[in-house]
Design a protein around this ligand. Structure first.
Ligand SMILES: NC(=O)c1ccc[n+]([C@@H]2O[C@H](COP(=O)([O-])OP(=O)(O)OC[C@H]3O[C@@H](n4cnc5c(N)ncnc54)[C@H](O)[C@@H]3O)[C@@H](O)[C@H]2O)c1
Length: 429
């Protein structure tokens, strides 16, 4: 049985650990957060879409355990790194988590071991930045004494049909031998591997995938504002366009980008491209259009309130959905925070409802909302607001009840489209 370590028991590392464990590897999950480690060892999940039962079962079979002790790496032949790659406050890549992890691994690195980075990042991170810290602190050489590779994660949180084992996985090695090692490792748990020529090609592949989403979402967000001015419904247009059996793929507008990937990853490339004297105008433009969306939505809230004879100032606005996407409990980079800030700045009294986030946990960027609690879902509470803004359309919300209870609903997700609603009550935004 192969023993492997996975560093970072987050939205990527935890499901990956469970998949490897289920496939027969012995997995040690390493994290610097003792709380997550303790929960995992008790067989408890802290992520809504990962069942505690599957962790508990693998704990019972001793296929999986969690630890904060990096010396446990000595029991393993491979380590996969799944730590955050955010932007700093100047919107530049923050590789500190990756490099710190590299420094923590290096003293325990042994000859023949494989190190794989999965965190999304710019081309060159694995074979330069990470390689340098691993080599400096271990005295070993990548491609000679230990193997090094990059393999991007393709996680689709909240999608029940997205299963780690069946999502094809791109793998690039520092040398051809590194690639072979990485293929052998992932072959344990993943059905289809897509080898590419280098770590850089694998890093660039992940960025292409996420930039593709960012640019296409920006396109439909822009068309939404144009079509809305022409009194054309963008959602109706997308439904019609997607019947084309070739050359079209639907993307949907929304209140702005959210999550740990799409609002962040494209700017890793923008930053790196400057080193090569290159501009990334598509990426910048998409970022500009997408970050303008919360303002557009707040203006629609103002128009809707105005129609009801109310100013934004002093009105009570309820935002439905704090998570950045439907059916997950992940609120990282959620545009709802911007909507809360923006409406509050205009003098509105704001609240949120999210069945999966009963209270706002501390965040780095939105610390001032920490501790705010979701309102309760009942007619008296909901109808007590002057407007309801749908930012995230969780399946678990009863939108027909909302339609029955409220006469001023601003809908950024087309959640009310198929329901019985009274004329003049729904504002698409
Ligand atoms: N969440 C997604 O859907 C998704 C999809 C594809 C790619 N990614 C990429 O995967 C990477 C990880 O994302 P995530 O969503 O799993 O992040 P996350 O914040 O959910 O998890 C990261 C984990 O790493 C731990 N950690 C931080 N520094 C550490 C260190 N030095 N040593 C050990 N553990 C450490 C944190 O405590 C946390 O548990 C990012 O680069 C992200 O862009 C995420």
């Amino acid at each position: 049985m192969q023993s492997i370590a996975i560093v970072g028991l987050g939205y990527v590392g935890l499901p990956l650990s469970l998949q490897f464990a289920r496939s027969g590897a012995r997995v040690i999950g390493l994290d610097i957060d003792p709380e997550k480690v303790e929960l995992c060892n008790k067989g408890q999940s802290y992520i809504k879409h990962i069942e505690s039962a599957s962790i508990a079962e693998l704990r019972k079979k001793s296929q999986f355990e969690a630890s904060t002790d990096f010396s446990r790496l000595r029991e393993t032949s491979a380590v996969i790194i799944c730590v955050p790659t955010p932007l700093n406050k100047n919107r530049e890549p923050d590789l500190s988590f990756v490099l710190q992890t590299g420094r923590m691994i290096a003293p325990h690195l042994q000859r023949g071991m494989l190190v794989v980075l999965e965190s999304t990042t710019y081309p060159g991170t694995t074979d330069t930045d990470l390689r340098e810290v691993l080599e400096a602190d271990s005295g070993l050489k990548a491609g000679v004494d230990f193997h090094l590779a990059f393999s991007p994660e393709r996680e689709d949180p909240g999608n029940p049909h997205s299963v780690v084992a069946t999502i094809p996985k791109v793998v690039g090695g520092f040398t051809p031998a590194c690639l072979e090692k990485a293929k052998a490792l992932y072959g344990i748990a993943i059905k289809t591997l897509v080898p590419v020529s280098s770590c850089r090609a694998a890093e660039a592949t992940k960025l292409l995938e996420n930039i593709f989403r960012s640019v296409n979402i920006a396109l439909v967000n822009e068309l939404k504002t144009v079509y809305s001015a022409m009194d054309i419904d963008i959602w109706e247009v997308i439904e019609a366009a997607k019947t084309k059996p070739f050359g079209f793929m639907p993307f949907y507008p929304g209140p702005g980008l959210g999550g740990h990937c799409i609002p962040i990853d494209p700017f890793y490339l923008t930053w790196k491209a400057r080193e090569y004297g290159k501009n990334t105008r598509f990426i910048e433009l998409a970022g500009e259009v997408n970050t303008a969306m919360p303002d557009y939505v707040v203006n629609r809230v103002a128009e809707a309130l105005n129609e009801h004879g109310k100013p934004v100032k002093g009105s009570r606005v309820l935002i439905l959905g704090l998570a950045y996407k439907a059916n997950v409990d992940d609120m990282r980079e959620s545009p709802t925070f911007i909507l809360l800030d923006s409406l509050k700045k205009r003098g509105a009294e704001v609240a949120y409802y999210d069945p999966f986030i009963p209270v706002i946990r501390p965040t780095r960027e939105h610390a001032h909302w920490t501790g705010m609690e979701s309102v309760k879902w009942n007619q008296q509470t909901v109808s007590g607001f002057d407007a309801v803004l749908i930012a995230t359309a969780h399946k678990d919300v009863n939108y027909q009840e909302l339609a029955d209870w409220h006469g001023c609903i601003i809908d950024t997700r087309n959640a009310m489209a198929a329901l019985r609603t009274k004329p003049g009550t729904i504002w698409k935004a």
